[in-house]
Structures are given as structure tokens and as C-alpha cells.
Design a binder for this molecule. Structure first.
Ligand code: AMP
Ligand code: GLY
Length: 426
């Protein structure tokens, strides 16, 4: 079968890698892909179409008779790619535009959790500057977390330590409109303490399966300092999510979420990412995402010991319960190699060299994100450039192997965190 993967980041390289292992698959197109998917060769080919070019992608899928499309990022979901493909008889895996509101509208997600008694931070919704200001001036409970409701590339969340910071934040959102329409509605919620973890489920709308729990490292600096990024590294399984926590996540979050969506007439299918805050073994939802996480996918997919395509097909056929779904023993760690300056401005076009020994390291996978390959030279083209994943029999071993492998990659201005996974060891 022919598979189209939509997106071009590290997650999509990992998806392409996982899909390529399936015996059922004869051809993989990645739109737009990156330098890594360009260099895979064999049955993998990049297609010069943007992930949000739904018309172009649909036309392409018809032209070359794609059998299955898998969507990586959230923007095409919001653009209705799943609805459009389904309406035109093309098999696609992901939530409809309406179901993807669990990610694309924080107001929808928070109201949904309130209606369904799913644990999350208490919140209020504001649609104008005046009422938000009144609320912030009348509360003494700081920090408050201020969020643009719509998609803002992971940057629409401000943790305000005091009323002054909070007022600046709502000025940015409502007056300066730094996130445009994404901040027509603003959620202000209480600050949750604890530790974060990422849980991914695959679901056909009723049945569901859990991937291994993982943990991202969102801040740019070591010791979780500095600005928020898309994610600087991850590991799985996260020991923080033990059996008892997972049982609570299932009973209090996953089951009520899928049931609630069905009851409301918008069944959720695809990958569902539940961003958790866990304190004293009690999980609550920080956010939903309508997709796999990046860079978490770069550790969760390598630890899957079954055919991802078989799992996706079973979800689409409503037979998920019958699909093989096995996880490997051991752990995986991924370290993101970024361009100096990220998440602010950074240079691109820098040549990347990769030591040939990396190819021979059995337990190491090099997933590309912001790279381009012109057939000869590999260069940087984004903030997050590469994601170096290693598997090991223990978390410590996977961390050591990943950092050892990082030493064989170089480009000008290469930056990475040296403490990925360290917290879980202590
Ligand atoms: P979100 O886009 O909602 O996932 O928020 C981005 C990040 O902001 C999260 O991963 C958390 O690190 C942080 N965050 C969001 N909401 C809260 C909250 N209510 N309490 C504490 N931290 C939060
Ligand atoms: N790693 C965070 C995200 O994918 O949203």
C-alpha cells in the first residue's frame, strides 16, 4: 500500500521510519518532509506540498492512488484535512476538524472538561479586555495562567506571577493582538504544581490503546529554565506515570474524554495526546493535543514493537482490540539539537556533518526536523534541527548512548540541553 505522511518535523520523520518498517507498505510520500526523509531513499519520497495545502494534498492522493494518509501536526487538522479526505473517499487517520477542537480551541477543551468532570485547572473564559482586567485585579491567587484559546504554535501561554505581569499579558492578547484571532477568546486558569508527563492513546472513537508514557523538556535551558520551546528532548517510559497513575488517567480522563466526545456527536479518532500535571500521584489535564507530540514521538514510536500501520488500519476499521500492540522492554531517550538562538531568531543554511559511525550504531536513530538536503549537502533550515534517539536496557543506558551519539553530529551554533532525562534518574 501507499502511505502519505503529512508534515515535516522530527515527529514526521519518526512516523515515516515506523511506517517504513511495515511489510504492507510499498511507498511512502512525506509532504513536505525534511532532509532526513529526503535521505531515507528506497520507498520514501518527499513531496513539495505544504502540510496545510489540503487541496493540493487531496489532489495528489487521488493522482497517485494513496491508500492511507497519516497527519502529523495540528494545523492541517484545523484546516479540515480529515473531513475533506473522508468526504472524497480517501482513507485518513486523525480527528475531524470539530473533534480536533480538543486542541485547536482551549475554550472548547476547558468547557468540555468541565461538562464531563475531567480533572483540570479551574478557569474562566474572557472575550474582552475589560472583564479580564476586572478579574485579574480582583484575584489574589497568583500565579495565574493566561492562554490564547486558538493555535499559537505553543507560544500562547503566559504564566503571570503577579497582577502587573497578568495585565501586560492581556494587553498583548487583546490590544496588541500578538496572536491575532487566536486570542479572540482567552482562558485564565489557576496554576498547577507538580510534574508534567505526556500520554498518547490511539483510538477508533470507543476503543483505545496506550503508548508508553513519556516526558518532554519544554524549556530551552538546563534545569528547566528560560523560554518555552517546542520541546528539547524526551524519554520513555516515564517512571512518574506508574500503574496507579495510569489507572487514574484511564478512568478519570481517557474514558470520560472518549465517551464525552461520542455523546456530544463528535467522536474522536486518531492519536490523542494528553498533557498531564501529576502531583502526589493525582493526574490532571494541562492540555489535549490532537496528534502525537514532538519530540515525544521520537521515543514512543521506536519503543513500539508492533506494526504501526496495522494499528492505524485497525483503528480505522473499528477493530483496534484485535490489533497486535506490543511495547519493547527498555527505555528510549531523544536529545534535540537546536540552532543557537532558538526559540528566538537563529541562522539557517549551516552545513551539518554526521559521523559515519552513527550509521553503525544499532540502538541509535537520527531523526531530522529543520534540515534540508539538496542531494549533496545537508544544511540547517529550522530551530529544532535534529533529534538523536537512543534505546537502552535502562533509562540511564539510553541517556548515555544518546549523548554519546550527539558527539558525532556538528554544525555551527549547535545547541542542546545536557540534562535530558536527568530528573527521572534522581
Ligand atoms: P499548553 O499549551 O496549555 O500545554 O501550555 C504550555 C505549557 O505551559 C504547559 O506544558 C505547562 O508547562 C505550562 N502550563 C500550562 N497551563 C498550566 C497550568 N495551569 N499550570 C501550570 N503550568 C501550566
Ligand atoms: N512536545 C510538545 C508538543 O508536541 O506539543
Amino acid at each position: 500500500m501507499k502511505v502519505l505522511i503529512v508534515g515535516g518535523g522530527g515527529r514526521e520523520h519518526a512516523l515515516a521510519w515506523a511506517v517504513a518498517r511495515s511489510e504492507k507498505v510499498s511507498k511512502i510520500y512525506v509532504a513536505p518532509g525534511n532532509g532526513g526523509t529526503a535521505m531515507m531513499g528506497g520507498k520514501i519520497e518527499n513531496i513539495a506540498l505544504k502540510a496545510t495545502d489540503v487541496d493540493g494534498l487531496l489532489q495528489f492522493a487521488h493522482d497517485v492512488s494513496v491508500d492511507l494518509t497519516v497527519v502529523g501536526p495540528e494545523q492541517p487538522l484545523e484546516a479540515g484535512i480529515v473531513d475533506r479526505f473522508s468526504d472524497s473517499g480517501k482513507k485518513i487517520f486523525g480527528p475531524t476538524r470539530e473533534a480536533a477542537q480538543l486542541e485547536t480551541s482551549k475554550v472548547f477543551a476547558k468547557d468540555f472538561m468541565r461538562r464531563n468532570a475531567i480533572p483540570t485547572a479551574s478557569f474562566e473564559v474572557f472575550r474582552d479586555h475589560g472583564s479580564a482586567k476586572d478579574f485579574l485585579e480582583s484575584t489574589t491567587a497568583f500565579p495565574q495562567v493566561i492562554k490564547a484559546s486558538g493555535l499559537a504554535a505553543g507560544k500562547g501561554v503566559i504564566v503571570a506571577e503577579n497582577v502587573e505581569e497578568a495585565l501586560l499579558a492581556i494587553d498583548d492578547l487583546f490590544e496588541k493582538r500578538i496572536f491575532g484571532n487566536a486570542a479572540d477568546e482567552v482562558v485564565i486558569e489557576s496554576f498547577l504544581t507538580g510534574e508534567e508527563a505526556s500520554i498518547f492513546v490511539v483510538t477508533d472513537g470507543s476503543d483505545y490503546r496506550f503508548f508508553l508514557p513519556s516526558q518532554d523538556h519544554k524549556r530551552i535551558g538546563e534545569g528547566d529554565t528560560g523560554k518555552n520551546t517546542g520541546g528539547m528532548g524526551a524519554y520513555a517510559p516515564a517512571p512518574l506515570v506508574d500503574e496507579a497513575v495510569l489507572e487514574k488517567v484511564e478512568q478519570r480522563i481517557v474514558i470520560p474524554t472518549l465517551e464525552g466526545m461520542r455523546r456530544e456527536g463528535i467522536p474522536y479518532t486518531g492519536f490523542l495526546y494528553i498533557g498531564l500535571m501529576i502531583e502526589n500521584g493525582e493526574p490532571s489535564v494541562v492540555e489535549y493535543n490532537a496528534r502525537l507530540g514532538d519530540p515525544e514521538a521520537q521515543v514512543v514510536l521506536p519503543l513500539l514493537d508492533s506494526d504501526l500501520v496495522g494499528i492505524i488500519e485497525a483503528s480505522l476499521n473499528g477493530t483496534l482490540g484485535e490489533a497486535a500492540f506490543w511495547m519493547k522492554e527498555g527505555s528510549a531517550t531523544t536529545v534535540v539539537l537546536a540552532s543557537e538562538g532558538y526559540p528566538g531568531s537563529y541562522e539557517t543554511g549551516r552545513e551539518i556533518t554526521i559521523g559515519p559511525v552513527l550509521e553503525d550504531m544499532d540502538d541509535v536513530l537520527l531523526f531530522h526536523a529543520g534540515t534540508s538536503f539538496d542531494g549533496r549537502k545537508l544544511t540547517t533550515s529550522g530551530g529544532r534541527v535534529l533529534s538523536v534517539t537512543a534505546e537502552g536496557s535502562s533509562l540511564r543506558e539510553s541517556i548515555d548512548l544518546a549523548y554519546n551519539a550527539v558527539g558525532y553530529v556538528s554544525f555551527d551554533g549547535l545547541y542542546y540541553r545536557r540534562d535530558i532525562g536527568a530528573k527521572a534518574l534522581s
